[in-house]
Design a binder for this molecule. Structure first.
Ligand SMILES: [Zn+2]
Length: 108
């Protein structure tokens, strides 16, 4: 068995286990909040769900920007770092929120 930095399955609550399996996690450098990276497919599915609401331009902007900043302190995702083992241990203790990032963010 290869060792990984992922939290053990028992650390995650049932409902989030499927969502968080094999995810890339990013940690906000400002406040330490952990986010998971939404795939382009998931983002597209989310966008389709919103189409029925006919968002105005400002509403649309709010919706888009929510995926590009820290939920907690609103730092931009471009400043996020790849989550480390100790960050992932904290994932079990709070809601992990999705972000959409460019491919290179968090790979440094
Ligand atoms: Zn933050």
């Amino acid at each position: 068995m290869a060792t990984t930095t992922k939290p053990s399955e028992s650390d995650l609550e049932g409902g989030s286990r499927a969502i968080l399996h094999n995810r890339r996690f990013l940690t906000c450098r400002e406040c330490g909040w952990v986010h998971y990276v939404m795939t382009a497919e998931e983002k597209a599915a989310n966008d389709r769900l919103l189409e029925r609401y006919q968002l105005s331009a400002p509403e649309r902007h709010l919706y888009e920007s929510a995926f590009r900043q820290c939920l907690r302190c609103e730092s931009p995702t471009s400043a996020f770092a790849a989550a480390q083992g100790r960050d992932l241990a904290r994932v079990a203790g709070h809601i992990v929120t999705p972000v959409v990032v460019d491919g290179e963010v968090g790979t440094n």
